[in-house]
Design a protein around this ligand. Structure first.
Ligand code: MRU
Length: 350
């Protein structure tokens, strides 16, 4: 399996996704600053992967605080603000950082080891969640299907296995014949560079298309289902994901094609009632005006570059989580899953 993130007991190693697919290079993060930089610059990206990375960033911040004899709780609160500020849309990042903070708030003894254990737990749990999503999601795909995906919601976007690509992986593992149409995903090209690379590593049949071709192939009955990931899912099911996802959902609805969102429970934000409260990151204009450093736009033109959009819940056929499949209306179905999780947690605490 592709190793997106590696913790060697001292440092964090990030597979630098800005260099893929042409170079497989790992970047070493030795402190919270370099960790935050790797997230901001999208060397590591994808909601679950940046959450896991930030968790290890908190371990590195704690080690620095201990070495420099600084007050640990205050230092970790600063580190938390730094990490959460790197990318605002994916709620997994804030979730992971807050989970790490609870360790220092509750446990003062042997804090570094406790933090390291918690980060490793978040890492392992992410892979297990993806595998569960894969199993649930695979049940929705026919034995022979052409699936369209947008962006990269694969092993590269998680600690391993992937969410949307986890569904595809799982279906292939079960012997289903799956072909994947991959949107190139302007402007950062996660589809062309990352998803196409990741799927080809596993010999899964892949067809790369430009973003503006998705509706064309849908209109010709060439797509059976859409599966995408998510950065944040509001209580009513509105879902933020990579810019362009909303257009894919609109086209899928028009053509009667099921549109599935696959995401771990850590992406669900029941604290916000709808997608209008999801903060949308705007990134640098150079991502639009340049391609791999080469200028491609009229010099000086005004540019907008929102990194995500929100697909309204009514366009989503089902949300595939690691705790089961939710269907519209999501206020009810997501709450039901949440109640199940809470009951399970209470049982474990007894
Ligand atoms: O800007 P990115 O590449 O971090 O955006 C990633 C996505 O939008 C993914 O679809 C999402 O994070 C889900 S990853 C399992």
């Amino acid at each position: 399996m592709i190793e997106t993130i590696r913790w060697d007991g001292e440092c964090l190693w990030i597979l630098d996704q800005t260099k893929l697919p042409f170079q497989v290079v790992y970047r070493k993060c030795t402190d919270v600053l370099s960790t935050a930089d790797s997230i901001r610059s999208m060397q590591v990206r994808g909601a679950p992967a940046i959450g896991v990375t930030a968790a290890f960033g908190m371990v590195l911040a704690a080690r620095t605080a201990i070495e420099q004899k600084k007050e640990i709780v205050a230092s970790l609160k600063n580190a938390a603000d730094l990490l959460i500020g790197t990318r605002p849309t994916a709620v997994n990042l804030a979730w992971a950082v807050k989970t790490m903070l609870t360790v220092v708030e509750n446990k003062i003894e042997d804090v570094l080891a406790q933090l390291e254990n918690k980060a490793l737990e978040i890492y392992d749990a992410d892979i297990q969640s993806c595998k569960r999503i894969g199993k649930y999601g695979s049940s929705l795909l026919p034995a022979n299907a052409t699936v369209l995906t947008h962006c990269n919601a694969g092993a590269l976007a998680t600690a391993g296995y992937g969410t949307a690509l986890g569904v595809i992986r799982s279906a292939v593992e079960e012997g289903k014949h799956i072909r994947v149409f991959v949107d190139e995903t302007r402007p950062f090209l996660q589809g062309a560079r990352l998803t196409a690379w990741e799927l080809s590593q596993e010999n899964i049949e892949t067809i790369l298309i430009a973003d503006n071709m998705a509706a064309y192939f849908m209109s010709r009955n060439e797509i059976d289902a859409v599966v995408v990931g998510a950065d944040r899912i509001a209580a009513n099911g509105d879902t933020a994901n990579k810019i362009g996802t909303y257009s894919v959902a609109l086209a899928a609805k028009t053509h009667g094609i099921p549109f599935y969102v696959a995401a771990p429970w850590t992406t669900v934000d029941l604290g916000i009632s709808s997608g209008e409260y999801i903060p949308i990151e705007e990134r640098s204009p150079e991502e639009i005006s340049h391609l791999q450093g080469i200028p491609i736009a009229a010099p000086g033109v005004k540019i907008r570059n929102p990194a995500f959009d929100v697909t309204p819940a009514e366009y989503i056929t089902a949300i595939i989580t690691d705790f089961g499949i939710a269907e519209y209306p999501y206020n009810k179905s997501l709450k039901k899953i949440n109640d199940l999780i809470e009951t399970e947690l209470k049982k474990r605490c007894r």
